[in-house]
Write a protein that binds this ligand. Structure first.
Ligand SMILES: Cc1ncc(COP(=O)(O)O)c(C=O)c1O
Length: 432
């Protein structure tokens, strides 16, 4: 019994699709001299070791200033704490300031990153084998991957240049119902989606909310990049527009604070009635699942994030303005360099096109050859530039001739050099 095969393990473990991100980063890491457009890591230069401990200190001081007794603060930091977290009030405050979302702290659960919020929401909502998750495609792999580990079937809904189209969601929901299935929820990243950089326009947001209410669908809204919009181009979140209680909001501090903290949150203010007539917020009910996954989120990480919130008057929107401008400069540099190497008016000659997101961390370049992991390896080895095959993010078999470029952690000079290397790789690769 010392050795096992994949058949002995859950099907999700054997599924090569579940390994795509690891394979991608391993391939990129094999060629450390390659300039990497393959990841969506936030800008390293924004991370300051001194801030780690000072943020924790700042939060402890804030508790003292608020009159919390020393013994209680000590217990909060050292002992097992409330499963749903002790910085819910700080997050609720931030949501009021940054997102115009007004929920009580009980409707917030502090999670181990977005990823745990996804697992908890899925576990709570999906009750049987006929419940299906609709997911935008191409998509961030964290959500369909989480669904796979829970044996939740996922139906892709292919997005257009303006993200997920509400009519396509309604059509997919009806088709599922006609087959005896229950479309339970729809997952999307309405602001600067990963991988495509698309933004769902305001009117489509409203229609999506109507579709969700009509079709009885919950919306799982994932929004790590929304704060990186340009001044005056900010969009209201689906959660802030929701009047029917269909949206569960999944937040992350990975890009606005730092991913190593592993702090995210779930906002679920829907009420749940139990048999004894008691009513509690859905986030509180879901804490049963969280308690069995991680018991609670690290007190140190919660304190570090809360320190940043307290220090910035509970608005990360203002605190990240400079960072947002830096990302815009990087995005603009990528777009300018692509246009220099591949003039759009000579498209017929070079066969390369790309989308032009207004923010976020990613854009998509379409090419005239199969841009798979083997092609990426050739690009990294022979041309010293790496990227991510779009096929890794498609749930519908698409994206074979497209690459995702992530530019968030590359300085403009590296972007210029990287795009020039990429242009050589693309020009040298025969069309097929
Ligand atoms: C769309 C999207 N959601 C969630 C995350 C990750 O969130 P976390 O690190 O909090 O799990 C990412 C990270 O790249 C992302 O692109």
């Amino acid at each position: 019994m010392g050795s096992l095969t994949h058949e002995d393990l859950h099907a999700g473990i054997a599924d090569p699709g579940m390994d795509s991100m690891r394979l991608l980063s391993e391939t990129a890491m094999k060629f450390p001299e390659a300039l990497s457009f393959s990841s969506g890591a936030p800008y390293d230069g924004n991370h300051d070791l001194a801030v780690l401990s000072s943020s924790v200190e700042r939060y402890i001081q804030h508790l003292r200033d608020s009159g919390v007794p020393e013994g209680r603060i000590t217990r909060l930091m050292f002992q097992y704490g409330p499963v749903n977290g002790f910085i819910r009030e700080e997050i609720a405050h931030m949501l009021r300031r940054d997102e115009n979302v007004d929920v009580p702290p009980e409707a917030v659960m502090v999670t181990h990153g977005f990823q745990e919020a996804a697992l908890v929401a899925l576990r709570g909502l999906f009750t049987g084998p006929d419940d299906v998750l609709l997911s935008v495609s191409p998509t961030y792999v964290g959500m369909p991957g989480a669904a796979r580990t829970l044996d939740i079937p996922v139906t892709p809904v292919t997005e257009g240049p303006h993200g997920l189209d509400p009519d396509s969601v309604a059509a997919a929901a009806r088709q599922l119902r006609a087959r005896g299935k229950r479309p339970r929820a729809v997952y999307l990243i309405p602001d600067f989606s990963n991988p495509s950089g698309t933004v769902v326009p305001l009117e489509a947001r409203r229609r999506l909310l109507r579709v969700a209410a009509e079709e009885g669908l919950m919306i799982l809204e994932d929004n790590p990049y929304g704060l990186f919009a340009r001044d005056g181009e900010e969009m209201p979140t689906l959660k802030s527009l929701d009047t029917t209680g269909n949206v569960i909001y999944l937040g992350s501090f990975a890009k606005t604070a730092f991913p190593g903290a592993r702090v995210g949150y779930l906002v679920a203010d829907q009420t749940v009635s139990s048999p004894d007539g008691a009513q509690r917020a859905l986030a509180e009910e879901l804490s049963k699942a969280k308690s069995m996954y991680t018991v609670g989120t690290s007190s140190l990480s919660q304190a570090a994030v809360a320190g940043l919130l307290v220090d910035n008057d509970h608005t990360l929107r203002s605190a990240t303005r400079e960072l947002a401008h830096l990302y815009h400069e990087r995005l603009d540099t990528v777009l300018r360099c692509l246009a220099e190497h591949f003039p759009p008016e000579r498209y017929a000659e070079h066969g390369v096109r790309w989308n032009e997101p207004r923010g976020g961390f990613f854009l998509v370049v379409e090419v005239d050859f199969v841009a798979d992991l083997a092609a990426m390896e050739r690009s990294a080895r022979d041309y010293r530039v790496s990227w991510a095959p779009m096929s890794m993010f498609h749930l519908d078999g698409g994206g074979r001739r497209a690459m995702r470029l992530g530019f968030s952690n590359l300085a403009p000079a590296d972007i210029r050099e990287g795009i020039s290397r990429l242009a050589r790789f693309i020009s040298d690769t025969p069309r097929d």
